[in-house]
Design a protein around this ligand. Sequence first.
Ligand SMILES: Nc1ncnc2c1ncn2[C@@H]1O[C@H](COP(=O)(O)OP(=O)(O)OP(=O)(O)O)[C@@H](O)[C@H]1O
Ligand SMILES: [Mg+2]
Length: 464
Amino acid sequence: MARGSILVVDDSNAVRENLSELLTAEGYEVDSCADGKEALQVLQDHIYDVVLTDLSMPEVDGMAVLSYLVRHFPETSCIIITGYGTIKTAVDAMRLGAYDYLCKPVETQEILLVIERAFEHQRLWRENIRLKKQLREKFGFDNIIGTSEPMLQVFDLIRKVADTDSTVLILGESGTGKELVARAIHYHGQRQANPLIPVNCAAIPADLLESELFGHEKGAFTHAIRTRIGRFEQAHGGTIFLDEIGDMNPSLQVKILRVLQDRQFERIGGNRTIKVNIRVIAATNQDLQQLVQAGKFREDLYYRLNVIPIRMPPLRERRSDIPILVNHFIQEFSRKKKKNLRRVTPEAMRRLTDYDWPGNVRELENLMERLVILSEEEVLDVKDLPEHFQHQPAGTIWWPAEIPSGGLPLQKMLSDLERQLIIKALDQSGWVKNQAAQLLQLNRTTLVEKIKKQKITRFSKEDR
Ligand SMILES: Nc1ncnc2c1ncn2[C@@H]1O[C@H](COP(=O)(O)OP(=O)(O)OP(=O)(O)O)[C@@H](O)[C@H]1O
Ligand SMILES: [Mg+2]
């Protein structure tokens, strides 16, 4: 098998033939072209690992070949061959993205070495891309971690809406990652090269928000000493992210509605209508429908925003993501803060997974940061967690975050669980076995057999 494919481009027959012969003898698959024009033609339907090109050639020169490669085949390494007089151009070529350059007359050993290095570089580059892709698939979408079904659905939606220009409304409790999703949508869409302008409608005082959004003309009000461009204008060509939109006051809601409908507005104190090309993404942790019913949020604005709703599931509804997030943040903070914490024990992980996380991922992230900073250990146990993790909530069924390396007695655990549930059902139904059987979706005979087998009596108090 060939060691890799190389295209040699040189207008000197002698150089071209020598190089082709040498590289073929070394086991590479070699094609050659007599000038840049021919090279660009060949590159229409051939991909090479390495392109070796002379700099000065008539019509289409080496720089043109290089820029074509950089644009269309960034994975191809381009090596420039240059005469004594064009060394400065060779430096420019490196800046443009050439892998390396060689000066004429080219020495055999040198050229073989450079080519070998180029192949090694490519191998690492590919490996890097493969690893990054793997990581992304393993842990989620970009830097949004999650592999639970509800999160996979969110990733799917992000992919679908990113390419459109539709307005997106991201809903969810505090700390569920609404801002991360807004960013992912912008940076996966066609507007990625243009700005993403966030506006936190809750953080900016109501009387300042209007000028923040629309800008103002000089002299529009007492402190308007100079004209100011608002966020809508800054977002032109890109995306505006209206965060905490539920907190916006009604008079502003009307003005926003107009921008959403017509993509135009005036600066405060100005009478020139400004047109903008923007995508709108909004987010809130409030129940907008309820706000509409209570008369606090305009219904027409709600419908304008709610074109594509994305609901961020709270962490307690996707507990399988908790261990992945815990490990991710431990690793990240340990690396950033140069600390030793590596992991938590399975029992500690179980407590973390059982917890309801009212502050969602933000609360989990903050706790992990604190634990990493405060701990000197490599592994944390339940006792190292805050007070509210020390006590097991009543009635929770033990669910291991991972199977301990020593193994689990599956049959005994299932039998214990069965025993507990039967006793609970009997208690709840006042020992009327028909009712208890119904609660457990069993027929009566099966329940009676199980009661016998488990040796459960009315006095099996130790179990309660
Ligand atoms: N799935 C996730 N993977 C990794 N980090 C996450 C994830 N979800 C949230 N985070 C992190 O949690 C924190 C809160 O996320 P973000 O600000 O996006 O939440 P939010 O829904 O906008 O919250 P709020 O309503 O309080 O503004 C951020 O530091 C973010 O990086
Ligand atoms: Mg937010």
